[in-house]
Ligand binder design. Structure first.
Ligand code: 13P
Length: 254
């Protein structure tokens, strides 16, 4: 963590919960949220619940985001949602390139720049997700893979936009597996990402960008992860679905 970058705790609900459970959870989170001055908290919920969830969150500093978008404004894109549609139902942010979209839905790298552009142009705050697979780590290809993903995602981003952009490092092998990257591994990768941003967009941008870690984060490991110098927050899947595991994360002790 770094005093100049506000910690960012985000829950990614993925394709979980139903409407009643989603509303219960967001009410509980809202009730326990502070004034938002010392940390930023957001949930990324299924798009069909965005309107209801954001209505509950309204008036609080809680952010509500979508898990994906399509980069065109409108047209014949069956099943897809534009940034304007997501804004209209209350989203203020969006995940781009989550590992499940890259590896299960086979989204290619070259969509990422267009999705980042569509998010920013549509007044949504993007989190660009990057991360290597197990065989890529074992083959010493982690940095090469991340560089490729970063180059694709940032190819149309300017330095002055950097405060609206967040990166999440989510090693594919740590997502939903119970296996967390060690603080040492996380620290190395986050430093690499920050240096890459500095080399691409300048030292100030490298210092300003927030880099979150995701992959089996839970109340037992959040403190160790958040104490890694280049970790500015966490993107949480499974542990974000229940108050007893998510509240300790948003209330972690600095
Ligand atoms: P888990 O916390 O369930 O490992 O999921 C991480 C993730 O993919 C968040 O986007």
């Amino acid at each position: 963590m770094n005093e100049g970058r506000k910690p960012y705790i985000a829950g990614n609900w993925k394709m979980n919960l139903d409407r009643a459970k989603a509303l219960d959870l967001i009410k509980t989170i809202k009730g326990r949220l502070g004034d938002g001055n010392d940390r930023e908290v957001a949930v990324f919920c299924p798009s069909v619940y965005l309107a209801d969830v954001s209505a509950v969150a309204q008036g609080s500093p809680l952010g509500v985001g979508a898990q994906n978008l399509w980069f065109e404004r409108d047209g014949a894109y069956t099943g897809e949602l534009s940034s304007a549609m997501l804004r209209e139902v209350g989203a203020d942010r969006v995940l781009i390139g989550h590992s499940e979209r890259r590896h299960v839905l086979l989204e290619p790298d070259d969509w990422m720049a267009r999705k980042m552009r569509a998010a920013l142009d549509g007044s949504l705050l993007p989190i660009l997700c990057v991360g290597e697979k197990l065989e890529e780590r074992k083959g010493n290809r982690t940095e090469r893979v991340l560089k490729r993903q970063l180059e694709a995602g940032f190819s149309d981003i300017q330095a002055e936009e950097i405060r609206r952009v967040t990166i999440a490092y989510e090693p594919v092998w740590a997502i939903g597996t119970g296996e967390t990257a060690t603080p040492l591994q996380v620290g190395e990768v986050h430093k690499f990402i920050r240096r890459w941003v500095a080399s691409r967009l300048g030292a100030e941008a490298g210092e300003a960008i927030r880099v979150l870690y995701g992959g089996s984060v839970n109340p037992g490991n959040v403190k160790a992860l958040m104490s890694v110098p280049d970790v500015d927050g966490v993107l949480v899947g499974g542990a974000s679905l229940k108050p007893d595991t998510f509240l300790p994360l948003i209330e972690f002790d600095r």
